[in-house]
Write a protein that binds this ligand. Structure first.
Ligand code: CA
Length: 225
C-alpha cells in the first residue's frame, strides 16, 4: 500500500495504523515520488493527499489512472473539493476529509480492497496444463504427450505435477524432496535426480538435451512451460 502525504506527522500516523492492521506500507511525500513508486511497486491501494508540493494529488491520480486501476483513497482538506476528486475527471475511488479518524481510514481501506479484490479475483488455478505436446491433468492425475497417455509411476506424476505448478522457478533438490516425498522421507537427493531422469525419458523431445526440466547448475531444476 502506498501512502502519499507531505505532512510528516499525519503520514506517520496513517502508516502506523495501516501497519497495525497488517498492511505493508510505502511512503511518498510528493507527487513525483508517488508516481515512481506506483509504477515500480504496484501497490494494491494508494492513500493520496490532495495538496502536495509540486504535482498535486489530482494530477498524480490522473497519471496513475492512465496505466492502473489501483484503488485510490484521496485525502482532502476541504469538503467542497470532494466532488471533483471522486468524479470521473480524476478517478479516485473514495475520499476522506481531514481531519479524519484512523478507524474511519481503516474502514475505507478495507472496503476498497474488498471491492477491488472482488473485481480482480484471479481465475481458479488451472488443473490442466498444456505445454507443447505435453498435457498434465492435475485433477485426473493423468499426463499425456502428443495425445498418448504417459505411463508415469505415482512419484513421477507427483514430481511432474510439482514442476508444472511451479513453472519457471528454480527448485532445489531439497525443496523437491520435501514437496514430493515429504519431510519424513529419508532418501537422499539422488532420488530426485533419478526420478528427473526417468521423467525426462518420457516427456522430453530429446532426453539428453532437456528443454522442459532444465538443470540449473548448483541450484536444482527448473520446469519451463
Ligand atoms: Ca498535504
Amino acid at each position: 500500500m502506498l501512502v502519499v502525504e507531505d505532512e510528516r506527522t499525519l503520514a506517520a500516523s496513517v502508516r502506523y495504523n495501516l501497519e497495525r492492521d497488517g498492511y505493508e506500507v510505502l511512503e511518498a511525500a510528493d507527487g513525483l515520488t508517488a508516481l515512481v513508486a506506483a509504477e515500480r511497486d504496484h501497490p494494491d491501494l494508494i492513500v493520496l493527499d490532495l495538496m502536495l508540493p509540486g504535482m498535486d494529488g489530482l494530477e498524480v491520480c490522473r497519471r496513475v489512472r492512465t496505466h492502473s486501476n489501483v484503488p485510490v483513497l484521496m485525502l482532502t482538506a476541504r469538503a467542497d473539493e470532494t466532488d471533483r476528486v471522486v468524479g470521473l475527471e480524476v478517478g479516485a475511488d473514495d475520499y476522506l476529509t481531514k481531519p479524519f479518524g484512523m478507524r474511519e481510514l481503516i474502514a475505507r481501506v478495507r472496503a476498497l480492497l474488498r471491492r477491488s479484490g472482488m473485481a480482480a479475483t484471479p481465475p481458479p488455478p488451472a488443473d490442466r496444463l498444456e505445454s507443447g505436446d505435453l498435457v498434465v491433468d492435475l485433477g485426473r492425475g493423468e499426463a499425456s504427450r502428443g495425445g498418448r497417455s504417459l505411463r508415469l509411476k505415482p512419484k513421477e506424476f507427483d514430481l511432474l505435477a510439482h514442476f508444472v505448478r511451479n513453472p519457471g522457478r528454480v527448485l532445489s533438490r531439497t525443496q523437491i524432496l520435501d514437496a514430493v516425498w515429504g519431510h519424513d522421507f529419508f532418501g537422499d537427493e539422488r532420488t530426485v535426480d533419478v526420478h528427473v531422469r526417468w521423467l525426462r525419458e518420457k516427456i522430453e523431445p530429446e532426453p539428453p538435451q532437456p528443454v522442459r526440466i532444465v538443470t540449473v547448475r548448483g541450484r536444482g531444476y527448473r520446469f519451463d512451460a
